[in-house]
Ligand binder design. Structure first.
Ligand SMILES: Nc1ccn([C@@H]2O[C@H](COP(=O)(O)OP(=O)(O)OP(=O)(O)O)[C@@H](O)[C@H]2O)c(=O)n1
Ligand SMILES: [Mg+2]
Length: 400
């Protein structure tokens, strides 16, 4: 029953227990174990106070003592060990205002969002399930622990989490939970945007993303999100029947933009506070998509599209055009490219200045380099300095 990552973490529970405290694996890791899904992080709940936890373990990082969380490092892994607690209200929509430590597991589980996330497991693999979480997992049902309105008022991110879990697990959202989500939905506007972006990323990665998008439309959740708020309800509706699981938020943005070209990539990345990596990847996906639209699959496309974006680009083309592109074809074209990057060109700025000694440095150098690069990549010119020189001297006597 207990799988490898739990075995690796179980000495932490043993240390807690042998020192007179309680310790359990809790939340998402127990849910994912029961679903036989890959476990990414293991969280531990304990009756020990943060100070007690810090005394018991050698390597600790006090990340959020006021919220009861200490990271314990063990055999190269990090584990969040959190004292049993009840959250106060989240008036800033990021963290609870105050946290009250409690002494028993039941009270800690009661403050959690959904029954499927309110499961605990001891080091022997025995499950504590006070709210029929296992039954709901089997029925694939998302249901809040206790009063749904209270749970969503405490943290409106849970509204998006419910939809995200429906995408990841294929769950249906229980009726009362769904009604509360609809009633409380305007609170989403006050959430920190970074938290929303994380949820949307996970939502689009889920195998059942189409189901999640239907919930977004039915509950009109998009009206609470940046940009969509301004009345772009077409975007989710347009993608509903075509969407497939996406890997990165760059693909999500690229698809949003292709469905609503009046909104630029940088509007999405600014509003959703994306990293430069996401922004650059989204721009590359879009450039490659437009180039493909006008020219089809050719050398230049493969030259401008980094290999790490191939899969995302193929998904983008599939969602927008319903066209499947064979990976082997991309592989074949890429392998046949005469150069992979500008530095492999048998020409640089110094060559050009030698060939045109009377011309002042200027934009013409960049223009010729780009032109030659395109000709070489598309096999219209051989990548040999002698031949490139001939071409340049014949064709580019006039500065441009
Ligand atoms: N707004 C939230 C966020 C988290 N939790 C509780 O804290 C646990 C851990 O939170 P987190 O790691 O953020 O989510 P997971 O459910 O573990 O999902 P993931 O697989 O994305 O980590 C959840 O299972 C849930 O019990 C909650 O009640 N309310
Ligand atoms: Mg987790």
């Amino acid at each position: 029953m207990i799988s490898e990552p739990f075995l690796k973490a179980s000495p932490i529970l043993s240390t807690l227990v042998s020192n007179g405290h309680e310790g359990y694996f809790v939340g998402g890791c127990v849910r994912d174990l029961l679903l036989q899904k890959e476990i990414h992080d293991i969280d531990i709940a304990t009756s020990a106070t943060p100070n007690e936890v810090m005394k018991l373990f050698n390597k600790v990082i006090p990340v959020g003592i006021e919220h009861g969380t200490v990271i314990v490092r063990h055999e190269g892994e990090s584990y969040e060990v959190t004292t049993y607690r009840q959250d106060g209200e989240y008036t800033d929509h990021r963290r609870p205002n105050d946290v009250r430590f409690v002494t028993n597991l039941a009270e800690d589980l009661r403050r959690r969002d959904f029954t499927i996330n309110a499961l605990a497991m001891d080091r022997k693999g025995r499950i504590t399930d006070l709210f029929h979480g296992q039954e709901d997992l089997e029925k694939k049902l998302i249901r809040t622990v206790g009063n749904p309105e209270e749970r969503f008022q405490e943290d409106a991110l849970r509204i998006l989490r419910a939809v995200r879990f429906s995408s990841q697990l294929g769950c249906t959202i229980q009726k009362d939970t769904l009604e509360a989500m609809y009633a409380i939905r305007s609170q989403i506007q006050h959430l920190a945007i970074e938290r929303i972006t994380v949820e949307l990323t996970k939502l689009f990665q889920g195998q059942h993303v189409a189901k999640a998008i239907q919930y977004i439309i039915d509950l009109r959740l998009d009206e609470q999100l940046p940009i969509f708020q301004a009345g772009y309800s077409n975007i989710f509706k347009d993608m509903k029947d075509k969407i497939i699981p996406l890997q990165s938020f760059a693909e999500v943005i690229a698809i949003f933009h292709l469905l609503e070209p009046t909104i630029k990539i940088h509007d999405w990345t600014r509003n959703y506070k994306c990293s430069n990596n996401i922004k650059n990847d989204a721009l590359k996906l879009i450039n490659a998509y437009h180039f493909y639209q006008s020219n089809g699959l050719n050398n230049w496309l493969l030259y401008i599209l980094p290999k790490k974006l191939w899969a995302g680009w193929m998904r983008t083309v599939f969602v927008i055009d319903n066209t499947t592109i064979q990976h082997e074809l991309l592989q074949e074209i890429s392998a046949s490219l005469p150069i992979q990057q500008r530095s492999q060109l048998d020409l640089d700025g110094n060559d050009l200045m030698d060939w045109f000694p009377h011309r002042a440095k200027g934009k013409w150098i960049k223009n010729i380099l780009e032109e030659v690069e395109y000709l070489v990549v598309t096999m219209q010119l051989v990548n040999e300095k002698k031949l490139i020189k001939e071409w340049v001297l014949c064709n580019r006597q006039e500065p441009n």
